[in-house]
Design a protein around this ligand. Structure first.
Ligand code: KE4
Length: 433
């Protein structure tokens, strides 16, 4: 273990040592604070709405492990479910009753799910949904939208959002041109560009994959005509509509974004909340498509840890909590209290800032107007966000370390936590030049 120099913080010494053994000192790029600058927090524990860093400093947490911690950190019912499952076995590589319980629950909560398969990451879920759509249609082209992030499989790292966007490298090296060439990238919320793409090559398009509420270029909500175009054009041309609800599933409502907006996908992906912080993700949808999967059909997919009983136990316990009466009303109230309070404070101090929320996720923008597209997001003042981020961090509030990420509240965030957050922001805005 690295000897600690008392003159520097534990975060710094851990980061310095990590840089020697882990690329960028992190196991996922966005955690490195490269977009906002400074030394990343090494978190050591969480409880409810709070996390503590390696220097034992407490923060009100609005990252929530990037969405999963919707019931707050270390919820006693989730921890107990994990402990009980672990005491029976950490993994078998064989079917378990808990996987059936999860599959039946997902299909009950999400009407578009006739069948589902569990995997261990959102990347696996979206990568497989694309392969399945290609196998089902016999076509190769896929359509995605600039600023949307669907994990890091080759064909989807083409003008991705999230980490790639944060790094200003809208496509990744290492992705063969031949693979990227099969991905058409359009503008989010631009129904006309989607109509053009289909009129030009509709019979080549296997699938359109989209975040029904974009959360990886900051938060961008969909226009009704965009959602209608997605559904109608995929139906007209026989393309598979994949809603990537890894982030929005059980986050914007109990029925995800598809229930919130009333759009039925052919396939969908899920993750984050359904794992409660552990690796439990899924893809699923129409039975006729899902039955193309091995061992029934010719589309191959597999996973050593798929349906892992400990991860599924965390997910089942979390999904039980979100089904409580009024859960999403309270969650939405907290998120709205936060965004309205921050907006009012910025306006009082003449700061060009706005914010919005949907369900339990929110977006903060240093701009006079709420962005409705990737281009509008990119015109927001990133440097102002970075300054705000660090001032809030110093004040004990942990926001997502990037201007291109959404934020998350949990059922553990109290009105008092939100009021404290707003008060800290108000102090920052009062001295804003
Ligand atoms: P994972 O492979 O990271 O489990 O999921 C990929 C993914 C797929 N689809 C959507 C809509 C997602 O938001 C994600 C992952 N989200 C990011 C946060 N913006 C994960 C954080 C990270 O990359 O470290």
């Amino acid at each position: 273990m690295t000897l600690h120099n008392p003159l520097i913080s534990h975060n710094q010494s851990l980061f310095d040592a990590s840089l020697l053994r882990i690329p960028g000192g992190v196991n996922s790029p966005v955690r490195a604070f490269r977009s906002v600058g400074g030394t990343p927090l090494f978190l050591q524990r969480g409880r409810g709405a709070y996390v503590w860093d390696a220097d034992d400093k407490q923060y009100i947490d609005y990252v929530g492990s990037w969405g999963p911690m919707i019931a707050g950190h270390c919820h006693p019912e989730v921890v107990k479910a994990v402990q009980d499952a672990a005491a029976s076995g950490l993994g078998f590589g064989a079917p378990t009753a808990s996987e059936l319980e999860m599959a039946e629950l997902l299909c009950k909560l999400l009407p578009s799910l006739e069948m589902v398969r569990l995997v261990s990451s959102g990347t696996e879920a979206t990568m497989t949904a694309i392969r399945l759509a290609r196998g089902f249609t016999g076509r190769s082209r896929i359509v995605k939208f600039e600023g949307c992030y669907h994990g890091h499989s080759d064909g989807l790292l083409v003008k991705a959002g999230s980490g790639a966007l944060t790094f200003g490298q809208p496509s990744s090296s290492g992705v063969p041109a031949e693979i990227a060439a099969l991905t058409t990238v359009l503008d989010y919320n631009d129904a006309a560009s989607l109509e053009r793409a289909f009129s030009e090559a509709g019979d080549e398009i296997a699938a359109v994959i989209v975040e029904p509420v974009a959360g990886n270029m900051n938060l961008v909500t969909p226009k009704r005509e965009f959602l209608d175009a997605l559904r109608n054009l995929c139906t007209k041309y026989g393309a598979v509509l994949i809603l990537d609800e890894v982030m929005t599933g059980f986050r914007v409502s109990l029925q995800g974004a598809q229930g919130y907006y009333g759009i039925k996908p052919d396939l969908m992906t899920l993750g984050k909340v359904m794992g409660g912080g552990l690796p439990s993700d899924a893809f699923g949808g129409r039975r006729d498509i899902m039955q193309c999967l091995a061992p029934l059909g010719s589309v191959y997919q597999a996973g050593t840890l798929s349906g892992n009983p400990v991860a599924v136990a965390a997910g089942l316990a979390t999904l039980k909590l979100v089904q409580a009466e009024g859960f999403y009303e309270r969650l939405s109230q907290r998120a709205t209290q936060l965004t309205c309070g921050l907006t009012a404070s910025a306006a009082k101090h003449g700061v060009a800032f706005c914010a919005q929320s949907i369900g339990g996720m929110f977006g903060l923008y240093f701009s006079k107007t709420i962005p409705a597209s990737y281009t509008e997001v990119m015109s927001c003042d990133k440097e102002a966000f970075n300054r705000f981020f660090h001032a809030m961090l110093d004040a004990g509030v942990y926001l997502a370390p990037s201007a291109f990420e959404a934020g998350f509240v949990s059922s553990a965030h109290t009105e008092a936590d939100i009021d404290e957050t707003i008060a800290k922001a108000d102090t920052i805005f009062s001295g804003w030049k």
